[in-house]
Design a protein around this ligand. Structure first.
Ligand code: HEC
Length: 466
């Protein structure tokens, strides 16, 4: 058994929690990046059409869309991409470390393709009409393939976060066992389908500005067909995807995500289909505001619930079904030399074994119990729960019915959490004094009065302290 836990200091964001910080940055990033990958395919397809049918006007549309992409997708994407790295590094250091130790070469390869993608979008915009069609088409298709390659290489990492889906990886630790996990292809399918749909919606924003009537009709219809094909594929892929989820994720999806987001997603699905059908039917009647609204709606009512659900459904894990969201290792992973933290916290507790605990909190006393509880609650619960009564992220005081009764709260810690009985929450085999300190602190969150020292001492006299 290790002597100390290999944990990092914790980042706490009041109100929304670190999960929402990552979620917000991630959602914006997904919107920008999927738009750009989908647009790369649209470019190749439309450039091909323009050349085959000898319609140079279509190239004008590509130039406008390319410029828009450079400003929107590439700048927003390049800001939020590193933003994800910064936020996950502090919010989930062990999670990101686990992923790096599995996928470092995958990420390196992805960045090579991303580099090609960035060169590609500049080439698409600035070489129109300056080079011969054949070369331009070659560039357009290379751009599409390189863009999609970035997605092909990133999705293994995202789907591994859900679970490896096989037992092999835990003993081999191999990148291939991790990458080609059970839920990889379905997940790639959903994102590929989604990129066509969103590129179709975003494309409408630029199509609405086209002066030439025929080109506008032709491009808008093309976008609508692409969008509808994307939606249909997404539906099929989603069915497949749900069949590749681990049991805890399916449980959370059915009991929590569907009641919460199901109707929003269904409404969005219908709205998007109506939007594309309408734009195919009356291409000239599609105002730019509609396309902008549709894009925002997809981001807000489609992507946000989707990204939040995927994050929630992984619970209690942040990655690979071995790292809990609160950063503790849930199990041994011999293939990676990972040892479960559970035996150590059961034997010695967290306060004595975490490097970053202040010296005066290493041992719980009547004087420091509330502060110890504060620290422990942040360490054990705050990754998944806001501590403020009105917090956005499953606020703890509300989940305990705003109880200010430490005993009632401790019963939950002693039973369900100690034994790991709840599929979406980590097991927490903490020693009795640490459970009592957490209960005391959570109870105090719901009491309107300042910390009650009397309750504090009475609990410790029961234990026979002093
Ligand atoms: C890995 C994430 C995670 C951690 C860490 C976590 N929880 Fe939870 N907890 C959840 C999820 C997910 C739910 C379901 C929330 C809902 O119903 O909206 C939940 C629900 C609850 C509930 C409601 C009752 C129930 O069983 O559904 C209580 C009470 C609770 N948590 C207490 C705690 C306490 C106390 C801690 C820290 C000691 C903690 N949780 C740590 C994820 C977590």
């Amino acid at each position: 058994m290790n002597e100390m836990l290999g944990l990092y200091p914790q980042w706490y964001v009041p109100g929304i929690g670190t999960a929402w910080v990552m979620g917000i940055i991630g959602t914006i990033h997904v919107l920008a990046s999927h738009t750009s990958v989908g647009a790369a395919w649209l470019f190749a397809l439309l450039a091909q059409k323009s050349v085959n049918e000898n319609k140079p006007e279509i190239m004008l549309y590509l130039k406008k869309y390319g410029m828009f992409l450079l400003v929107f997708s590439y700048i927003v994407g390049s800001i939020t991409g590193p933003g994800i790295w910064y936020s996950v590094t502090v919010a989930s250091p062990r999670g990101i470390s686990g992923l790096i130790h599995n996928f470092v070469w995958l990420w390196a390869s992805e960045w090579v393709f991303f580099f090609v993608e960035v060169l590609g979008v500049y080439a698409m915009v600035y070489l129109i009409g300056k080079i011969d069609n054949k070369t331009y088409l070659k560039l357009a298709w290379s751009f599409a393939v390189a863009s999609w390659a970035t997605m092909i290489l990133i999705v293994p990492i995202l789907s591994f976060m859900m679970w490896p889906g096989n037992d092999r990886w835990y003993s081999t630790g191999s990148t291939f066992d991790a990458a080609f996990n059970l839920n990889y292809f379905a997940h790639l399918g959903i994102r590929t389908a989604f990129m066509f749909a969103v590129a179709g919606a975003v494309g409408g924003i630029i199509a609405a500005t086209l002066k030439d009537r025929d080109t506008r009709i032709e491009v808008t219809r093309f976008l609508a067909k692409m969008g509808l094909a994307g939606m249909a594929l997404m539906f099929v892929m989603f069915m497949w995807y749900t069949a590749t989820l681990p049991p805890n994720a399916r449980l959370i999806m059915e009991t929590q995500m569907m009641p919460k987001y199901g109707s929003t997603l269904a409404a969005l699905l219908i709205a998007t289909v109506v939007y594309f059908v309408f734009s195919a039917w009356k291409p000239l009647r599609l105002p730019q505001g509609f396309a902008v609204a549709m894009t925002l709606a997809i981001g807000l009512f489609g992507l946000w619930p989707e990204e939040r659900s995927r994050e929630s459904m992984r619970k209690p894990y942040v990655a690979g079904q071995y790292i809990y969201s609160n950063q503790f290792f849930a199990r041994d992973v011999p293939g990676k030399g990972v040892v479960s933290d559970m035996p150590l916290i059961k034997a010695k507790g967290v306060l004595a074994t975490d490097y970053f605990v202040p010296a005066d909190l290493r041992k719980i006393t009547p004087e420091n119990e509330l502060r110890a509880g504060d620290l422990l609650t942040h360490m054990m619960c705050a990754n998944c729960h806001s501590l403020e009564p009105n917090g956005a992220l499953r606020p703890l005081p509300a989940l305990f019915g705003h109880s200010n009764e430490p005993k009632m709260i401790q019963a939950y810690l002693d039973g369900a959490l100690y034994h790991g009985l709840i599929p979406y929450m980590p097991k927490m085999p903490l020693p009795a004094d640490e459970r009592a300190a957490i209960a005391l602190y959570i109870a105090q969150l719901s009491s309107s009065k300042p910390p009650v020292v009397a309750a504090n001492t009475s609990i410790s006299t029961e234990k026979g302290a002093n």
